[in-house]
Design a protein around this ligand. Structure first.
Ligand code: DX5
Ligand code: ZN
Length: 225
């Protein structure tokens, strides 16, 4: 099983970084019942991005809940040395890893290293990075993650310049690969992001900072129907 089987036309992925951590398991379960298949799990090391976010211990705690209801955990590694963390992420129940183009010398070798642990793979890039540079070396990845904010925090505004990078990315990857977008995705822009070519939509505050999480998730999905 991999991304080709996980994705049902499109996937809206709740970003757990924006969850209420006092109720993490409960919120995950509520969203699984609402129909979520893929959760986005942000790992930040305090170097590549300023904050330290969460890591394998938290992943390990929620993985049985997610896997028990046929969900998967998409782990976004905002870290300087991603390869170092692949074994721990896989061991804790992560299903895929996304590493940043900016920190890796050999993208194909890094993708291969992730596959050795049975992980799906995404290659992420920041707003300043040229999409063509990324897609030229990301041919073996399942998806390419186009950041629509500067990585680090939930709750930032979507950068409109990302639309062109999404289109450029879609135009230069293979048919079987997906474009994922992360940062500032909400009800007002999700359809335009789809039209630009994305199929994987990470959504933090537009789900978790709402009263009714299932409703917030379904509204995003409906906007894509
Ligand atoms: C931040 C993370 C994002 C974040 C998105 O760098 O990579 O996944 O949680 O949150 P929103 O959707 O609120 O921008
Ligand atoms: Zn993320």
């Amino acid at each position: 099983m991999g991304w080709q089987n996980w994705v049902r036309t499109v996937e809206v992925e709740p970003s757990l970084y924006a969850a209420d951590f006092t109720r993490l398991g409960e919120q995950v379960e509520i969203l699984l019942r609402a129909g979520v298949r893929v959760f986005h799990f942000d790992v930040g090391d305090g170097h590549f991005i300023e904050p330290i976010t969460m890591g394998p211990i938290v992943l390990q705690a929620i993985a049985p809940i997610v896997h028990g209801m046929d969900g998967v955990l998409d782990c976004h590694l905002m870290v300087d040395n991603p390869v170092h963390h692949f074994p721990q992420i896989a061991g804790a129940g992560g299903d895929s890893v996304t590493f940043h183009y900016e920190v890796v010398d050999d993208v194909p070798a890094t993708i291969a290293a992730a596959r050795e642990h049975g992980l799906g793979v995404g290659v992420a890039f920041n707003p300043e990075t040229e999409p063509d540079d990324v897609t030229a070396v990301a041919g073996d990845a399942d998806f390419v993650l186009c950041m629509s904010i500067h990585p680090g925090f939930s709750g930032q505004e979507f950068m409109d310049e990302a639309f062109d990078r999404i289109k450029r990315t879609r135009a230069t990857i293979a048919d079987g690969q997906f474009v994922q977008v992360d940062g500032g995705v909400d009800n007002d822009n999700v359809r335009r992001i789809y039209d630009a070519g994305a199929r994987l939509f990470v959504a933090g505050s537009s789900i978790f900072h709402r009263e009714d999480l299932p409703r917030a998730y379904r509204r995003l999905v409906q906007a894509l129907a």
